[in-house]
Design a protein around this ligand. Sequence first.
Ligand code: NAD
Length: 498
Amino acid sequence: MNDTIDHWLDGKAWPGNGPRRSSVYDPATGAVTAEVRLADSADVDAAVASSRAAFDEWRSSSLSKRTSVMFELRRILSERRDEFARVISSQHGKVRSDAAGEVQRGLEVVEFACGIPQLLKGGYTEQASTEVDVYSIRQPVGVTVGITPFNFPAMVPLWMCPVAIACGNSFILKPSERDPGAALLLAQAWADAGLPDGVFNVLHGDAEAVNGLLTHPGVDAVSFVGSTPIAQHVYATGTAAGKRVQALGGAKNHMIVLPDADLEAAADAAVSAGFGSAGERCMAISVVVAVDPVGDDLVDAIAERTRAIRVGPGDDPVSEMGPVVTGAHRDRVRGYVDAGEADGVRVVVDGREVQVDGHPDGFWIGPTLLDGVQVGQSVYTDEIFGPVLCVVRAASYDEAVGLVRDNAYGNGVAIFTRDGGAARRFTFDVEAGMVGVNVPIPVPMAYYSFGGWGDSLFGDTHVHGPEGVHFYTRGKVVTERWADPSTRGPDLGFPTHN
Ligand code: NAD
């Protein structure tokens, strides 16, 4: 019998009212393993009411109390990392070591949030005018919502909720309906860490839940991570309803290899960043730009490594790459490779027909390497979000940087070179939010902020780090005077400083 995955409201699992359900698969077997509930508008109302009531209390909690919850959450998540990895792997498909890695990256945001007293310190100006002092504080925005994608079911929620909650907000998580299990483990962890009921709620669902939250008058701020078309929709709908919105979208990350690069290191990096998590990472490298004359040697080195990748179920310790998330997604990825081949691209390594022993119905597609890809072909223009690495040949550094500039996305980008001057020029020139120099997946540490440019981000603040604190708080400036009452008297002039 399949499990039913409930929402989480007021500190416990909650079935909600909506009758709709969605199937959750084990991508390695193709079997349905659970049904997740899909919220309707009455469920959205209930979640927002719970979060609003919890916010009114939580905003008054002391910073010491909030910090102690964060430290406890950190301890619990570390302890339960393997349990998270098992559940993530069984619903997403990624190998367990990779799933444990995403929990680790999420934990680093909890560590950042442990320092919230320092982060919320305001400014103070004594004697701004005679006997007048001015200070600034930052206060929570209220009920915040996180709408998250399937590909990092623990890390992306953890980019958001530790910072939102440490700032004094309540938080409703609307996780992906494709792998909703980690959200409930996270809810249990918050409860066990001592977070009051209702400060962290989970509402499962699809577009109905998302649109209900985006237009609900009780929601104050929305953080979204997912594909570009939905990010655009979330940003437009949420801001039209008067909410603060940050919406992170898709990506097409380029890795430029200059002729002086260490080719073996560059090939290792391209393969790790292209095929890790079956390419289902927003920071995956999907385009390698080989600057003449390195193309042939680089493609050979990447191909050799690509053929050696062990594809298999995520719970098998020898697997290096698992299946993709659904059968429909596998077919879509295959379709892109077919289209590329029809466009004249050279399929150097072909993963389309990969089979895994004992798992005939899993959602498999092996690592695929395409060479001679041209701008304008769908394998170049579209985010494939699978294990497909495209190689584009460029005649010069300028042509390579131009490719990044002309691409609609601007999430991550990397350069591989031994020339410090070229690397510096690149970091100055390139149009992307996160840049790696000899680092293929330049994910910022938790105490910096994560976000892209162009169609990879709608809104102006990145997630976590200082920009996360800014997003989840509102500024307030207080001007005060405690002068002797005998000096008072009416004065209808505009206040000036003296
Ligand atoms: P998605 O856009 O399909 O779904 C994201 C969220 O939006 C989910 O919670 C989903 O339920 C909801 N949603 C889906 N369709 C909707 C609709 N029509 N209306 C309202 N809500 C809807 O994304 P995904 O397939 O789950 O995740 C993969 C995408 O996320 C890729 O494009 C990837 O690049 C992107 N991503 C970006 C980042 C980043 O930091 N920029 C990080 C991770 C993933």
